[in-house]
Design a protein around this ligand. Structure first.
Ligand SMILES: Cc1cc2nc3c(=O)[nH]c(=O)nc-3n(C[C@H](O)[C@H](O)[C@H](O)COP(=O)(O)OP(=O)(O)OC[C@H]3O[C@@H](n4cnc5c(N)ncnc54)[C@H](O)[C@@H]3O)c2cc1C
Length: 386
């Protein structure tokens, strides 16, 4: 697909050509088998890791590509156009690596980060709980300190965790702190791996932490430049709210992902409308179809413009919420309209449009629902008036 990322230079364009080739050869041939559960999604993603394409912005000595943020966006774009669950699994595995890199205090950081960046190990980040979805203040996961052994003891449950049931390294948020956990530690349990409407192949887990002992150096914290005088409890609260600020760039990224899935569906619909003949002419010659294509393309362009603006203002939370809300709701509509253009064959798995429609539905829920995006947007509007 033609890139929507602003300000690309020649190096970025060469990178795009290289990854398009790698994805065509090493991902696309396996998408159907991943979708049908015949191949594990991580068997495909590990191949990308060998090219440094799991953690693109990480230095080569970490196992990454040593690339720029624009190159990371190009990868997201190219992978989502082919397979949304692959890019979600990839991104959810490196997100904990970013958190560990920024908030970790252990000297062992590289032991955790490098395998995630190389794709040799799988990562997850865990906010959501059975009683805490949109309302994270209802989180029950909590730690106690074992002063004698210099450890934390973690208890709680997390659900809807991407990669959760296959993860090696998890960043887990508790009420009073955030921690790096390894899934082979005593007390960690996968309660369930969910079956889903879409995103087939992606591993979505419900996890339990039952008296998991966490070494002290595995606590994540907010490295405040100025010395804090208000004690560790305040610092930990800052740590969690500071990590949650990462949700704005994450949402801009989700908006980008959605717009790329929509572009795939739009391209398929345009192609099909020119090939399919009914009543002695291509269906593109009927306004019922061509006007639908016009609306889909307009919604795509509007979503693209908002996503581009958000990508250029990554820390603007309200703008990221607008981009996510608009891109995801319109991406869903574009995918649904695309299926309509394809008629009966669109409802089968002969074309990727039905997969796009099932996959894209998640984008209006994960990373914050449509309703929560509206809440963030209105809050920002009224706050500015105070
Ligand atoms: C495929 C998938 C992948 C995910 N990946 C991860 C992950 O990797 N890590 C992670 O931590 N979480 C993950 N999540 C969780 C996701 O972020 C939550 O599902 C989402 O935030 C909504 O929470 P909930 O499902 O508990 O819904 P609820 O919060 O129970 O909401 C139910 C409904 O009520 C509405 N609602 C709630 N509060 C309000 C309000 N104040 N005003 C108006 N409406 C409201 C919601 O919008 C929604 O329509 C994932 C979820 C899915 C399905």
């Amino acid at each position: 697909m033609e890139s929507i990322i602003p300000n690309l230079n020649d190096r970025d364009l060469a990178f795009k050509e290289a990854i398009d080739n790698i994805i065509s050869n090493e991902v696309v041939p396996f998408i159907d088998e991943v979708e049908q559960g015949k191949i594990d999604i991580w068997d495909v993603l590990r191949q990308l890791g060998k090219h440094g394409l799991i953690g693109i912005t990480y230095p080569r000595e970490f196992g990454g590509y040593g690339g720029t943020y624009n190159q990371e966006l190009l990868m997201t774009e190219a992978l989502c156009y082919q397979s949304y669950p692959m890019d979600m699994s990839r991104g959810s595995s490196t997100y904990p690596a970013s958190l560990i890199r920024i908030f970790g205090k252990t000297k062992l950081l590289r032991n955790y980060i490098d395998p995630l960046v190389k794709g040799e190990k799988i990562g997850s980040f865990c906010f959501t709980e059975p009683d805490a979805g949109s309302d994270l203040s209802r989180m029950k996961t909590i730690y106690e300190k074992d002063e004698k052994n210099d450890e934390f003891i973690l208890n709680g449950e997390k659900r809807f965790i991407v990669n959760g049931s296959v993860a090696d390294t998890l960043v887990v948020y508790a009420r009073n702190g955030a921690f790096i956990i390894q899934s082979d530690w005593d007390g960690f349990e996968v309660i369930e791996e969910y079956s889903m409407m879409g995103l087939h192949g992606l591993h979505l887990g419900h996890l339990k932490f039952d008296n998991v002992r966490v070494p002290k150096e595995n606590e994540l914290y907010y490295r405040e430049p100025k010395p804090s005088t208000e004690g560790t409890r305040k610092r930990r609260t800052e740590a969690i709210s500071s990590m949650q600020q990462f949700l704005a760039p994450e949402r801009a990224m989700m908006a980008l992902q959605a717009i790329c899935v929509a572009k795939r569906a739009l391209d398929e619909a345009i192609r099909y409308s020119r090939e399919r003949v009914q009543f002695n002419r291509p269906i593109s010659e009927f306004e019922g179809i061509s006007f639908k294509i016009a609306e889909m393309a307009t919604n795509y362009e509007a979503g693209k413009a908002l996503v581009q603006k958000s990508l250029q203002n990554m820390n603007d939370g309200a703008l990221a919420a607008m981009a996510k809300l608009f891109a995801c709701t319109n991406a869903f509509k574009i995918c649904d309209d695309a299926l309509q253009v394809l008629g009966g064959i669109g409802y089968t798995n002969k074309y990727p449009v039905e997969r796009c429609l099932r996959d894209i539905r998640l984008s209006r829920i994960g990373g914050g629902t449509d309703e929560i995006m509206k809440y963030i947007i209105q809050k920002d509007i009224y706050k500015k008036l105070k």
